[in-house]
Ligand binder design. Structure first.
Ligand code: ATP
Length: 303
């Protein structure tokens, strides 16, 4: 059974079309990254899955049932984009409060605080928490009741790189335990290793969906090869699309994916001081699909 199924979903707010014929599935135990520019329709998709919105047309199935049904809602954890808490409560009091509201076992609270690395700060008031600590508390709140499906809306906005990595590590552990997870974001760096598939929404349409390998195969973007200690003349060859000087003794060349191995072999024979091969990143793929959709003007990729 899929955790989420959207079939030919259209969504309008008034007369404005926001989602246009979206079909996608999230398998059990899968992490799907849902990426798109501001206003692409990510939060709207999450609200449909939560049952907070009824699709204008099309079908939405969640955990084998209808979104919004109380049995289904209990199995979903949600971290909203702007998570807010009572500033006077401690982290532990906050989670106890949400556990009671959600009907979740209060014994879970200390385990969850431990899981998100907040045990030491659990008796401090939330008003003293950093953004990263509040976001972790938000994640712990979403994990109350051991949800089978977790929806995370912009979970890393405002987090520093270390806090971002730590949050993704928690997500990685949850995936290993079989939780299905949807991560909505326009912050792409760092998320790549933690998603099984990426979906790219542009102007309300699903522009692409697949594993990074599948998206790379589909997009056929050039591969970047960096070499140190060689000249432009040495690196030039008919299959090299572009050569750019970098800092120090480095240059980078771009070749079609099919020419990657032959180019690496040729460069190695020239005995470079060093060599790096970089396939197109998630950011490269995102920009490619945004451009393809004609959405570059509205696309905001945060680096
Ligand atoms: P962001 O990355 O900025 O959070 P998003 O991809 O989550 O954007 P949505 O919040 O789903 O985008 O919004 C999609 C479109 O729907 C936007 O044009 C937005 O202005 C519009 N929209 C969202 N909620 C409403 C609403 N309640 N009433 C009218 N229009 C809305």
């Amino acid at each position: 059974m899929n955790a989420v199924e959207l079939h030919n979903v259209y969504q309008q707010y008034g007369t404005m079309a926001v989602l246009d014929n979206i079909s996608l599935n999230v398998a059990e135990g899968e992490v799907l990254g849902l990426f798109g520019h501001n206003g692409a329709g990510k939060t709207t998709t999450v609200r449909l899955i939560l049952g907070l919105l009824q699709a204008t047309s099309g079908q939405v199935r969640v955990l084998g049932g209808t979104p919004g049904d109380s049995d289904i809602r209990r199995d979903i954890g949600f971290l909203p984009e702007n998570v807010t808490f009572y500033p006077q409560l401690t982290g532990r009091e906050t989670l106890l409060h949400f556990a009671r509201l959600k009907g979740a076992a209060v014994q879970q609270v200390d385990d969850l605080l431990e899981q998100v690395g907040l045990t030491a700060a659990s008796s401090k008031r939330v008003k003293t928490y950093s953004k990263g600590m509040r976001q972790r508390l938000g994640l712990a709140q979403a994990l109350l009741g051991r949800p089978r499906l977790l929806l995370l809306d912009e979970p890393t906005v405002g987090l520093d790189p270390i806090a971002t990595q730590e949050l993704y590590q928690v997500i990685g552990r949850l995936r290993d335990e079989g939780t299905s997870i949807v991560i909505c974001s326009h912050v792409l760096p760092g998320v790549e290793p933690y998603i099984d598939r990426a979906a790219v929404l542009a102007l309300g349409r699903l522009e692409a969906i697949g594993s990074l390998h599948e998206l790379r195969t589909q997009a056929q973007l050039p591969v970047r090869i960096r070499a140190a200690g060689l000249t432009v003349a040495q690196l030039s060859a008919p299959d090299v699309q572009t050569i750019r000087p970098l800092h120090g003794a480095w240059h980078e060349v771009f070749v079609a994916p099919a020419d990657k191995l032959a180019t690496v072999q040729r460069i190695l024979q020239l005995q470079p001081q060093d060599l790096e091969v970089q396939p197109p990143s998630l950011e490269d793929l995102y920009c490619y699909y945004m451009e393809k959709a004609g959405a570059l003007g509205v696309a905001g990729v945060q680096q």
